[in-house]
Design a protein around this ligand. Structure first.
Ligand code: FE2
Ligand code: FE2
Length: 145
């Protein structure tokens, strides 16, 4: 009988990519709660909380893959706290989403496990959508100031 264990399926690069993604999602969940609290309209607050729900879903997906591949629970850390001023927070979030799209595409290319590859590709599409929302809010905020 052939045992197909995680050692074969998970090269170190994908584990490192999942760790980085888990920290990024964890940081975004905290950041967007703060950003939603600072939003000047109900529409923006609601949309940012919708985005935050996506990040929670991404976090759960990546954490589940990490646990199934390593046998360990992730220990997430906030990699970079987001600015407290709303406009600066939007700018930070826009750039972070754009950078995350690139990183997830690279991580998908590196992944040999199809489930890991698909998780990165699906999340990349969501992050691209988030980036557009933050750019829209940034444009609206600049018009207010
Ligand atoms: Fe995400
Ligand atoms: Fe996002």
């Amino acid at each position: 009988m052939y045992y197909y264990t995680w050692d074969y399926r998970a090269p170190a690069s994908s584990i490192a990519d999942l760790e980085k993604a888990i920290n990024g999602e964890y940081s975004a969940i905290a950041c967007y709660e703060r950003l939603a609290g600072a939003a000047p309209s109900e529409e923006e607050r609601t949309q940012i909380m919708e985005i935050r729900k996506d990040e929670i879903r991404h976090y759960q997906t990546f954490a589940g893959l990490y646990t199934s591949l390593t046998g360990r629970q992730p220990a997430p850390v906030i990699n970079e706290p987001c600015p407290s001023v709303y406009r600066d927070g939007l700018h930070f979030a826009f750039k972070d989403e754009q950078n995350t799209v690139d990183f997830y595409h690279e991580a998908a290319d590196r992944a040999s496990d199809p489930a890991v590859k698909q998780a990165f590709l699906r999340a990349a599409a969501d992050e691209q959508n988030h980036a557009v929302w933050f750019l829209y809010f940034l444009t609206k905020q600049q018009a207010r100031e």
